[in-house]
Design a protein around this ligand. Sequence first.
Ligand SMILES: *[C@@H]1O[C@H](CO)[C@@H](O)[C@H](O)[C@H]1NC(C)=O
Length: 382
Amino acid sequence: MDPRDLLARFHMPQLSSFQALDNYSTPVLGASALFCTIIAYTIAKMFGYGSRKNEFEVDGKTVVITGGSDGMGKAVALQLSAKGANVVVVARTVSKLQNAVEEMKASAVNSSKQKFHYISADLTDPAECERVIAEVTLWNSGAPPDVVWCCAGFSRPGFFVDVPIKEHRQQMDTLYWTAANTAHATLRSWLTPVSPNEQVKTPRRHLIFTCSTLAFVPIAGYSPYSPAKAAIRSLSDTLSQEIEMYNGAYSQRHSTNAPAADVKIHTIFPMGILSPGFDNEQKIKPELTKQLEEADKPQTPSDVAKISISALERGEYLITTMFIGHILKGTALGPSPRNSIIGDTLLSWLSNLVFLQVIPDLRGKAFKWGKKNGLPTPNPAS
Ligand SMILES: *[C@@H]1O[C@H](CO)[C@@H](O)[C@H](O)[C@H]1NC(C)=O
C-alpha cells in the first residue's frame, strides 16, 4: 500500500519533508506533542536525580583529537582543555595545529598543570596512526591516552555520476579509513594483555567516532559522503559488541590476563556544522541538495562540541545534537544499543510514523526537480 494512503486514512496531512516538522496540522501536532511529552518526561526522570555520576570525567586525563586543528575537532579540544584535560591535536597543517595549541593553553583550567601537544600526520596511512599513538604514549610518560576522539574528515557533495570515481574513493579514505586506522592503532594499544600482578588501577577509556545523521537518512547529493559515514556507524556498532569481550576479561583481571582498563565506544551524529569546510561545501553543493536539507539549521562547532560532551557525560552511546537529529536517529535505530529503552523506543515509533511520509516526499521533490529543471549542470569543481 502507498504510505500516502495509509497516512490519509489516519487523517495525516501531506508533510513536506523535514520542514513538515514545523507545519503539522492539529491531529499530528497533538500526537507529536504527546509523544514528545512522554519522551521529555522519561528523559527528565532518568536525568533528574541531581547526583548523577559523570561518565566522562576528563580532568587530568590525556585526550587525542584527530582533525583537532579546525571546526568541531578544535571546539572539542578547547572545551576539554577547559575541563582540565591534557590534549594532543592531530591534523596535517602545522600552522593550524600550533594555533590550536595556543588557544588550548588560553582556555586551560591550570596551564601549569595541563600539557598540550600537536602531531602532524596523514591518518589515511595506518602506519601514521600507529606513530601517533606511540608518540602520544611516550609524551604521556609511557601511558596510552585515556580518550581518543576521531573528528577528521570533510564532505565533498555532488551527484553520484558527476563526481569522479576517484573522489568517491577519497571520501572513503578521509572519512572511514582515517577513523578505522585510528581506532585500530588505539585499540591495539589499549587491549594489550596485562598479567594480574602488573595490573594498576586505570580509569575507563573512551573511543569516540564522529559520524553524521546522513548515516541514518539519505539525502540526494551526498553519495560520496554518506556511505563512508554509514560504514563508521557499522564499525561502531560492531566494536561496541566486540569490546564487551575485552571488558568481560577485564572484570576478571585479578585472576587472568586482561586489558589494563575498561573501554567504551561512542559515536556522535551532528548535522550541518558552520566551519570553513562547510563554506567550501556550500559552494559545490547541488541546488536540489540544499533544498532537501532546508530544515537542517547548521550549528556552531562549539554548540556541537558542548552538546556532545554533555551526552558523553551522561554515558550515551549514539549521540545526536539537535531535535531533527534525534528524529533521524529514531527512524534508523535498528539493532544499535539504546541510550534509554523507553525514550529511544517512543522516539523510534514517532520517527517511523513521520518517515512514512518524509522519504516519499524527498523522492517526490527530486523527481519534480528533474521534471522542472532537466539534467543538473555539473558543478565547476567536478
Ligand atoms: C596549578 O597546578 C600547579 C601544579 O600542579 C599547582 O601548584 C597550582 O596550585 C595550580 N593552580 C591552581 C590555581 O589550581
